[in-house]
Design a protein around this ligand. Structure first.
Ligand SMILES: [Fe+2]
Ligand SMILES: [Fe+2]
Length: 278
């Protein structure tokens, strides 16, 4: 039965009633994060039999933002879709580059005047996987619409564009992330959080079938403060003086969530934290 389905999937036929195995990786931080992806992701794809890999790339360029060259490099390493967050525009010129990158989207609830796609649709063997990022409203310094109201006003407009959806909530407050997860339970296949760079241990399937995890953690150096130099971060807390926070180097890990999604019902069959130390 499984073999039949795999053959149907590989041959591009409908996978209705089948399963999509998806890895969603948390914020890729600087060169250490990119090197880890380059070294391991293609092999991880094969080992786990992944149909799609999604990663947040908002810190992939020296810890702040992303460039077109990096987005192309990540795709070549096995990242199918790249999402972004509040650091979306940190690299000069990316606001014009984003329009040339069909595998990259900016958060959907940014002002409508912002460039870039609001969400991405990825075709996997006849199944359309939709991926969308919402920026949180609490304690975030970037201009965006309230994610709860954005969703209520836009879900009916976008929902038929994909067979199943993964929503990324890029936010600071755990209460905001968890509340959005509950609100979207039964509407989408998964709601996963990013932005804090600290993985949480609450992976679960909510009662109506939506996979949920508050934060995927980062793909980058964990001997750090959220990916940056320990020494500089501690010093900044001591004296409050502005200083350059270099990307750290030690204890690099690839972190995220591994999900089995039900392509027929558009919900999740399983979710578990993914973590690999290099
Ligand atoms: Fe962020
Ligand atoms: Fe980040």
């Amino acid at each position: 039965m499984l073999t039949e389905w795999v053959l149907a999937f590989v041959s591009g036929q409908s996978a209705n009633g089948g399963m999509l195995k998806v890895l969603f990786l948390g914020d890729i931080v600087g060169k250490p994060g990119r090197s880890a992806i380059a070294r391991r992701l293609q092999q991880i794809r094969q080992e786990l039999g992944l149909h799609a890999v999604i990663a947040n790339g908002e810190n992939s360029a020296a810890g702040a933002g992303i460039t077109a060259a990096i987005a192309i490099e990540l795709k070549a390493c096995g990242v199918d879709l790249i999402t972004l967050g509040d650091h979306c525009w940190d690299q000069r010129g990316f606001d014009s580059e984003i329009e040339t990158l069909p595998h990259v989207c900016r958060p959907a609830n940014m002002p409508v005047q912002c460039p870039g796609a609001q969400y991405l649709i990825h075709e996997c063997g006849g199944i359309r996987l939709g991926v969308i990022t919402l920026l949180g409203f609490q304690f975030m310094k970037v201009r965006a619409h309230d994610p709860f109201y954005w969703w209520q006003e836009n879900w009916q407009r976008i929902r038929s564009g994909a067979d199943l959806w993964i929503v990324e909530i890029h936010a600071e407050a755990t209460s905001e992330k968890i509340s959005l997860g509950w609100m979207l339970d039964g509407q989408v296949a998964a709601v996963v959080g990013t932005h804090t760079h600290v993985p949480t241990a609450d992976a679960t399937i909510l009662p109506r079938g939506t996979a949920y995890l508050t934060d995927l953690g980062m793909t980058g150096p964990y001997a750090s403060v959220l990916g940056r130099s320990v020494q500089a971060s501690v010093a900044r807390f001591l004296d409050g003086m502005p200083r350059r926070l270099e990307v750290a180097e030690g204890d690099v890990r690839i972190c995220g969530a591994l999900m089995d999604l039900d392509t027929g019902r558009g919900c999740a069959l399983s979710i578990e934290r993914f973590e690999e130390r290099l």
